[in-house]
Design a protein around this ligand. Structure first.
Ligand code: SAH
Ligand code: SF4
Length: 374
């Protein structure tokens, strides 16, 4: 966090009840917390002195004990297709410096922000650049919501005053359900009408399948759920998504249907990265259709995004289209995700921050990359 002063509480990332509890420690009424929410998130203000409807004494008191500390931007790039990518500096677990990535994808009528939840990822999916990087640490809730805060500041408003970020997806670096405790308050702030006020259908959590946490989420939140399936049977999924050995497909699907029912959701999206010759054959499509038909499920086919050192290749476009058609014939709706921002390495699964790629250091039993800026 830039400007993080030791001993001061960072108010960024506290959800409404946590902020109410905080202002209570200063002897202030709960409505002060509501005012703070509006200032920090709706108006993007980080300086208490400028929060003019707070009493002067209260502002001074806040400035003594608290701060709104946001991550620091290392670099910003814009792709030919308008996709934007920010690299944010983060202190790493071993005291070294790391970077994470936040991506903004503009489309007609909507703007999607793709945020990270961890530095690296421990789950080691074989086709994912983040997984290959290893795990460094969880992001704090301030660092998670701080990505939305910063992107909002950088993007401003549309000329007509409309907001630019209409959707947030937790599909950047990391497995959000492995960082449940920090992801939940950040998502609550995305939905809170005094903070970002996004509708529950416009916030999507993507998971590779941490089954117990999906049940927990069903009690705590109602955001849209995306599940990274990538294979129609356990034999293949064990290979691609190793967490499947712990939580096989049948359990994962049961948890997904439970979530949908408990939260009265519209559908679960199943992500399926198309790997040439691996999971893209007609037989796989038919097997997948049998698994999903009759449920409120949508399949999102993601053309594999390559990265240095990977053994996989992207399925040809014709193979992906045929796979989609076979799913449709099998009664399952599928769409093909258009790849965006790949000229700036901002596409799915390419998120590992090129600046990280210079030096490897040992952290416990793992090799992690030390951020050395180019
Ligand atoms: N950890 C979470 C969210 C982050 S990954 C998850 O796995 O769901 C977001 C999506 O990108 C996931 O569906 C993931 O499987 C997919 N993905 C990972 N690497 C990819 C690659 N190289 N090409 C295309 N998609 C990839
Ligand atoms: Fe982690 Fe998701 Fe990548 Fe798997 S696909 S290694 S869970 S970030």
């Amino acid at each position: 966090m830039s400007g993080k002063v030791p001993g001061r509480s960072n108010l960024l990332g506290l959800n409404r009840s946590e902020l109410e509890a905080f202002v209570a420690t200063l002897g202030a009424k709960p409505y002060r917390a509501r005012q703070l929410l509006k200032w920090i998130y709706r108006r993007g203000e980080s300086d208490f002195a400028r929060m003019t409807d707070l009493a002067k004494d209260f502002r001074a008191q806040l400035a003594d004990v608290a701060e709104v500390s946001v991550p620091e931007i290392v670099s910003a790039r814009t792709s030919a297709d308008g996709t934007r990518k920010w690299l944010l500096r983060m202190p790493g677990a071993a005291g070294n410096e790391q970077v994470i990535e936040t991506i903004f994808i503009p489309e007609p009528g909507r703007g999607t922000l793709c945020i990270s939840s961890q530095i690296g990822c421990a789950l080691d999916c074989s086709f994912c650049a983040t997984g290959q990087q290893g795990f460094n640490r969880n992001l704090t809730s301030a660092e998670i919501i701080g990505q939305v805060w910063l992107a909002n500041r950088e993007l401003g408003r549309e000329p007509d005053g409309e907001r630019v970020i209409t959707n947030v997806v937790l599909m950047g670096m990391g497995e959000p359900l492995a960082n449940y405790k920090n992801v939940l308050p950040a998502m609550q702030l995305m939905l809170d009408d005094l903070a970002y006020d996004l509708s529950r259908r416009r916030v999507t959590l993507s998971t590779s399948g941490l089954v117990p946490q999906i049940y927990r989420l069903a009690e705590d939140s109602n955001v849209a759920l995306a599940v990274s399936l990538h294979a129609p049977n356990d034999k293949l999924r064990d290979e691609l998504v190793p967490i499947n050995r712990k939580h096989p497909i049948a359990e994962l699907l049961a948890a997904s249907w439970h979530y949908l029912e408990r939260q009265n959701g519209r559908s679960v999206t199943f992500e399926y990265t198309m790997l040439d010759g691996i999971n893209d054959q007609p037989g796989h499509a038919r097997e997948l259709a049998v698994l999903l038909r009759g449920h409120d499920a949508k399949v999102n086919l993601i053309p594999f995004n390559t990265f240095p050192g990977t053994r996989y290749r992207r399925s040809p476009a014709a193979t992906i289209d045929r796979f989609r058609d076979l799913l449709a014939q099998g009664g399952v709706m599928a769409t093909v995700r258009r790849t965006r921002g790949d000229d700036i390495d901002a596409a799915c699964g390419q998120l590992r921050g090129q600046v990280l790629d210079r030096t490897l250091v040992r952290l416990g039993s793992k090799m992690v990359r030390l951020a050395v800026r180019a």
